[in-house]
Ligand binder design. Structure first.
Ligand code: ARG
Length: 255
């Protein structure tokens, strides 16, 4: 083999190891660290305040790790790459407000939902706030989200434009580059409050009801069971209720 071929082979071997099989519960326990994946641009669930990753899901993930006797370590990457990275073993579990959908259930193994929410249509005051009103209109939503096919199925809708994250859609909506925005209600409410847009931008009709859950790599059963066990404990011992109060002023668990 020449030098280039040797280097290429080495690089390939390395990339194969880097995207190794997901870690088993035993391997995780032996390492003492639970690696959690998230996005970091979905307030107040997972987002940055300065350079600190914070939010309800970050607090919950840290509590889950602690409950399992592990140290949490966060891996942050774009939303639409999270489930692929999960199955490649880049982190052990993902907590990024994924809705449980039949499509995603084919790819990953979901935990029990850590909350329930709606996805809503949002517009400037006087703009389209219902499915019917979206006829002939353009709506912006995040790439890789569960609401994309739901929006595309709305009769007469002109265009479903995807954006890297919700902040960029809010900016586009304010500038009139899209007629509407679609995202999870609690996220929109939080962002409108943070940016002082309440009253100017309005939250309209719900287009779906979601069970939002973390996930592990497909078939990582022992880890799935351990995380579900830890989640059940936090939901019973008051930890979950406290965190939900802190971020939402109410308990957002599925009823
Ligand atoms: N709930 C929606 C979905 O499941 C959006 C989730 C977006 N999450 C995020 N961290 N940006 O697709």
């Amino acid at each position: 083999m020449n030098r280039v071929a040797v280097l290429l082979t080495a690089a390939l071997a390395l990339s194969v190891t880097a995207s190794a099989a997901p870690r088993t519960l035993d391997q995780i326990r032996a390492s003492g660290t639970l690696k959690l994946g998230t996005e970091g641009a979905f307030p107040p669930f997972n987002f940055y305040q300065g350079k600190n990753l914070i939010g309800f899901e970050v607090d919950l993930g840290n509590a889950l790790a602690r409950e399992m006797g592990l140290k949490p370590q966060w891996v942050v990457q774009p939303f639409d790459s999270l489930l692929i990275a999960l199955n490649q073993g880049r982190f052990d579990a993902v907590l990024a407000s994924h809705a449980i959908t039949p499509e995603r259930q084919k790819a990953v193994t979901f935990l029990n939902p850590h909350y329930c929410s709606t996805v809503n249509i949002v517009a400037q005051k006087g703009g389209p706030l219902t499915r019917a009103a979206l006829a002939g209109k353009t709506v912006g939503t995040q790439i890789g989200t569960a609401q994309i096919p739901i929006l595309q199925a709305i009769p007469g809708i002109k265009d479903v434009r995807t954006f890297p994250n919700d902040q960029t859609i809010l900016t586009a909506l304010q500038a009139g580059r899209v007629d509407a925005w679609s995202s999870n209600g609690p996220v929109v409410a939080y962002m409108l409050k943070q940016t002082g847009q309440q009253g100017k931008i309005v939250i309209g009709e719900a287009i779906s009801q979601e069970h939002n859950a973390g996930a592990v790599a497909k078939g990582n059963t022992a880890l799935h069971d351990a995380l579900n066990g830890a989640l059940a404990t936090l939901m019973k011992d008051g930890t979950y209720a406290k965190l939900s109060q802190k971020w939402f002023g109410q308990d957002i668990r599925c009823k």
